[in-house]
Write a new protein. Structure first.
Ligand SMILES: [Cu+2]
Length: 268
């Protein structure tokens, strides 16, 4: 009964916390980009094939064990070859593999080939925080640190809340440049189907198109040192108008900050 209740609660909570991992989560987070939608489709397709094959083989084994057991079949057949069956058990797996390879290559192509980009954002991994740059928005650039447990506020998600979110507009093809300042990191966002290595001295690229307004949470996905688990990525997807407003606001904030730094430097 308890287990049943747990399963029901798990299923109900599926939609309420879609962009964030949660206790007893089964399967993926809700997809929020075309790439993640394709990832999920391929996953479901392969899972169905896999389940069907496993059940088929299991049924065959059970049939053979019962039908040809010693007491029911005391004189075993001496047959060693059957041309038809041998052709079938070679050809059918080949067809199955081709059926899985075609959508798989399609998905690789979809992830790899960046459609015409509406904007570019640069992501830099550091030990142990992320730095975000907006080269087309007057070079807005800031760092994003995790909020430690003791400073969390009501509703914040532990280990997945940051001070400065990566703010991005929805329904735009966003070209993401990924690199690192020190060691290997990896920029990963499960509900957007993005995972790209951040390599020092090298510029990797990927893309995303966020379909819904909301908060998306990911993590560094390459062991990068003791703080590896403490450098989450939080994307805030907003409407175009809100994004424009955010750009203006952030530019002003950063400009004021710079002045402050300048004043401090002068008085020293
Ligand atoms: Cu890292």
């Amino acid at each position: 009964m308890r287990i049943l209740l747990l399963i029901i609660i798990t299923l109900i909570s599926f939609n309420s916390l879609a962009n964030t991992p949660y206790d007893w989560q089964l399967g993926f987070q809700e997809p929020a980009s075309p790439v993640m939608r394709s990832v999920l489709e391929l996953h479901d397709f392969v899972l169905i094939m896999m389940t069907a094959i496993t059940i088929f083989v299991l049924v065959l084994i059970i049939y053979v064990v019962i039908r040809f057991r010693k007491s029911a079949n005391p004189n075993p057949s001496k047959r060693t070859h059957n041309a038809l069956i041998e052709i079938l058990w070679t050809a059918i797996p080949v067809v199955i593999l081709i059926a899985m390879a075609i959508p798989s290559f399609k998905l690789l192509y979809q992830q790899d080939v960046i459609p015409e980009a509406d904007m570019t954002v640069k992501v830099i991994g550091h030990q142990w925080y992320w730095e975000y740059q907006y080269p087309e928005q007057d070079d807005i650039s800031f760092e994003s640190y995790m909020i430690p447990d003791e400073d969390l506020e009501e509703g914040d998600v532990r280990l997945l809340t940051v001070d400065n979110k990566l703010v991005l507009p929805i329904n735009k093809n966003i070209h993401v440049l990924v690199t690192a300042g020190d060691v290997l990191h990896s920029f990963a966002m499960p509900s957007l189907g993005v995972k790209k290595d951040a390599v020092p001295g090298r510029l990797n690229e990927t893309w995303m198109n966020i379909e819904k307004i909301g908060i998306y949470r990911g993590q560094c996905s390459e062991l990068c040192g003791t703080g590896h688990g403490y450098m989450p990525i939080v994307i805030e997807a907003v409407s175009h108008e809100d994004f424009a407003a955010w750009v203006t606001e952030t530019k002003t904030k950063l400009a004021m900050n710079e002045k402050n730094t300048f004043a401090k430097a002068k008085t020293k």
